[in-house]
Design a protein around this ligand. Structure first.
Ligand code: FES
Ligand code: FE2
Length: 345
């Protein structure tokens, strides 16, 4: 199940340069390109003339040019020029392709996927720290072979760290999750828990000399349907944020754009270590999450067994059901080149 009417990250912004870039969102091929002012635009990656991929073309007059017969499409998807036409021959009314509203933010390209009017859309999932000079960001992308709901739920999981991450930050000696409250947000959920952290490795020892145990506060925020922000407060002003923005590519493929944002070691010298640590943690998760069956989390409450520590995930499943019942679900078996059709309730 894919969901419409949300913002989705589709690419690292730096990957959209002079050439168009092809991305896939919820099974639909989309061409991204920059105009002469540097603004990013997104059009369906299928020319209405003979179905060639527009992303194989180039940008001219701020239009995306199809590489087959040179039709030029503007940012709204309207065909502006057909080179084979004479002056007297008009551009057919049907010569247009769907376009998507695009925003470049936090080093990512975001598309609004759906049909809600602008005033009714949820805001972009916030990450103001990205532009704050007191914070330092590293980012990247990784592909999971599974459904985005499993990847998203993993990012919201308080109880897995002592096991899945025993090779990195997980404290195997402290698996207990104290009961926590789940706060409902307009388009998501938030919950907070505290851990005692005693084992520090690598450069992290620098801010915990003597290895005295510390209380660490972790706040997880979900922005529907698949963005998760995890803020960890280590005390004494040391804070870091893991921001996982998921792109549902198809029913079995998810790309995660990850950002790690920190208030400490903000020099470039610590970037390499932060990237390595982030990738190691992602690799530990990926190894487990790709084994989960079924690949999409089941939306009935009976086929998996829940405990109190899973309160956040139970809340996520409720929100997925609510979005589906609102008519925002898109069946995944649908061929990628058809129109959006809400799934039966
Ligand atoms: S297929 Fe695109 S111009 Fe002919
Ligand atoms: Fe994890």
């Amino acid at each position: 199940m894919f969901l419409k009417n949300y913002w989705y990250p589709v690419a690292l912004a730096q990957k959209v340069g002079d050439r168009p870039l092809s991305v896939t969102l919820c099974g639909e091929a989309i061409a991204l390109y920059r105009d002469s002012a540097g603004q990013i635009h997104a059009l369906s990656d299928r020319c209405v003339h003979r179905g060639a991929a527009l992303s194989g073309g180039w940008v001219e007059n701020d239009c995306l040019v199809c590489p087959y017969h040179g039709w030029q499409y503007d940012a709204q998807g309207h065909c502006r020029k057909i080179p084979a036409n004479t002056e007297q021959q008009r551009i057919p009314f049907a010569a247009k392709v769907p376009h998507y509203d695009a925003i470049e933010r936090y080093g990512l390209v975001w598309l609004f996927y759906g049909d809600l009017p602008e005033a009714d859309r949820p805001p972009l999932p916030p990450l103001p720290e990205y532009d704050d000079p007191a914070w330092r960001t590293v980012q990247g992308e990784v592909t999971y072979t599974t459904h985005y709901t499993r990847v998203t739920e993993n990012l919201m999981d308080f109880a897995h760290a002592p096991f899945t991450h025993s090779g990195s930050f997980g404290a195997a000696s402290d698996p207990l999750i104290e009961p926590y409250k789940v706060e409902q947000l307009p388009d998501g959920l938030r919950a907070q828990t505290q851990f005692t952290k005693s084992a520090y490795r690598g450069i992290w020892k620098l801010f915990n000399r003597g290895d005295a145990p510390r209380t660490v506060t972790t706040t997880i925020t979900l922005y529907m349907p698949c963005i998760v922000r995890t803020e960890t407060d280590l005390g004494n002003g040391f804070r870091f944020i893991g921001y996982g923005a998921n792109l549902p590519i198809d029913a079995e493929t998810t790309k995660t754009f990850w950002l790690t944002v920190r208030t400490f070691f903000t020099g470039a010298w610590a970037d390499g270590d932060t990237v390595r640590r982030s990738l190691k943690i992602i690799e530990e998760d990926k190894r487990i999450v790709e084994t989960q069956r079924p690949k999409m989390i089941p939306l009935d409450d009976r086929s998996e067994t829940h405990v109190a520590a899973d309160a956040l995930q139970i809340g996520y499943r409720n929100l997925l059901r609510q979005a589906r019942d609102r008519g925002w679900a898109i069946a995944e078996s649908q061929p990628a080149d058809q129109e959006l059709v809400p799934a039966a309730k």
